[in-house]
Design a protein around this ligand. Structure first.
Ligand code: FES
Length: 434
């Protein structure tokens, strides 16, 4: 995927796994979460190996807006009412700690790191923004209620988190990955008896972290039932005044913004794979109304994993697992929560207690109604009789004319025109002729 971040980047090339090896820890997935986990483990003296299906950072990490913030949409008032103050505070504090840790790692590194406040604004509801600001303040963080929004957008009110940040995700990742043992072009086909098999070798490890965007071991954990993937479109433009904060609109398919140098990213979306919507026309209309002088630099579509209760899954892969872990479901806030995952999972493997582990535990009880809705959504696509069928659990695929891919509406697997897997949970290529 070509994005603003991949332009002009010459990334180091890592070898493909070509034999059977062993390690203390294996991380599956070379995106932000996987590399941060591996970095932490390597620095702690653990013999750690990363297996990346394609190139390091060239999956979801390269499509992100790379905002570092503990403000994850309008979240904290929801968390307090759904789960109580203790969990909400744990979520906030763990993410604030992650912001500090990422900032420390980024200082002194050539990764365009900048402190930036983050803003959530609502076009319609001042009361909702006031409620969220009060919820965050009650948890001990100095969020501010504000009336502004970027690019002259009309706003009923907003919540500002000061002292947040942004960076260039690939430059940062390349720096963090130094000293980490990585194999690229090594997609894992199966995990059995603590051994991960690729088509040209295997890694046997005492601990395994699955940080492959969408977890692919189905018989345990049932992540395909308790997660959804959503897609959003981003356009990078120049010739408009750079923004002084990162910003997100509080709406189901709202806009989001950040600037890097003289380029500004404008995105919107949040729809199921296989149900393409013309987000680019929506962004073009926005630019016509708010920044008609803008010139497009590039555009892309990204895909994020969403949990059913707004909290990522970080911890044991399934309740009885002692040495298989997962980091997924970052709800489109993957930079900061990747650092949270690295903290929690490194502590788990080193046998250290982590105050925030229970907040993100994948063992938690699922909310009944979203679970039912998610299951019905998948069942409807499973019963659709058209060909071809997804190699994950057999749902009917839909052809995405704009990107020339086969997309699965059930759990979000995507396949290239030649049938090769682009995005999991599918691990097996599609036989296009079947
Ligand atoms: Fe699960 Fe296609 S991704 S059936």
């Amino acid at each position: 995927m070509e994005t603003i971040w991949t332009k002009g980047i010459e990334a180091p090339v890592y070898p493909k796994l070509m034999n059977d090896i062993s390690a203390d820890a294996l991380v599956i997935g070379g995106g932000m979460a996987g590399i941060l986990c591996a970095k932490r483990l390597t620095d702690a003296g653990i013999d750690c190996v990363v297996l990346e299906a394609d190139r390091v950072g060239r999956g979801i990490t390269s499509g992100t807006t790379a905002v570092i913030s503990a403000q994850h949409s309008v979240l904290y008032s929801d968390l307090i009412s759904l789960f109580g103050r203790e969990l909400a505070k744990g979520y906030l504090d763990s993410n604030l700690k992650a912001v500090r840790e990422l900032s420390e790692l980024a200082w002194g590194v050539d990764c365009d790191f900048e402190m930036r406040p983050s803003l959530m604004y609502s076009p319609h509801s001042k009361a909702r923004m006031e409620c969220e600001a009060a919820a965050v303040q009650s948890l001990g963080f100095h969020a501010e209620f504000t009336s502004g929004a970027p690019l002259g957008i009309s706003s009923a009110g907003g919540v500002l988190f000061p002292d947040m940040a942004q960076f260039h995700p690939l430059k940062f990742l390349m720096s963090v990955a130094k000293g980490v043992k990585i194999y690229e072009h090594s997609p894992v086909l199966s995990v059995k008896n603590m051994s991960a098999r690729t088509d040209s070798g295997s890694v046997t490890a005492r601990n395994i972290i699955i940080a492959s965007h969408f977890p692919f071991i189905d018989r345990r954990g049932l992540y395909f039932m308790k997660m959804r993937q959503k897609r959003e479109s981003v356009v990078a433009v120049e010739n408009i005044p750079p923004l002084r904060c990162t910003a997100v609109e509080d709406a189901e398919k709202g806009f989001f913004f950040r600037s890097i140098g003289n380029v500004t990213l404008i995105g919107c979306g949040n729809h199921d794979p296989g149900h393409e919507e013309d987000d680019f026309s929506k962004i073009a209309l926005f630019l016509k109304n708010h920044a008609p002088e803008a010139r497009e630099v590039c555009r892309w579509v990204n895909q994020d994993c969403f949990t059913l209760d707004e909290v990522p899954y970080i911890g044991r892969y399934y309740p009885a697992s002692t040495n298989i872990f997962v980091a997924t479901g970052f709800n489109a806030w993957g930079m900061t929560t990747s650092m949270v995952a690295a903290d929690i999972l490194t502590d788990a493997i080193l046998g250290c207690e982590n105050t925030y582990a229970k907040v993100f535990s994948p063992d938690r009880k699922m909310l009944a109604m979203p679970l039912l809705e998610n299951s019905l959504h998948s069942a409807a696509n499973l019963l659709t009789p058209t060909l071809p069928r997804c190699t994950h659990l057999g749902c009917a695929l839909k052809y995405n004319k704009r990107e020339h891919t086969w997309d699965c509406p059930c759990h979000g697997s995507r396949f290239a025109d030649d049938g090769s897997v682009i995005t999991g949970p599918a691990v097996k290529d599609l036989n296009i002729k079947s």
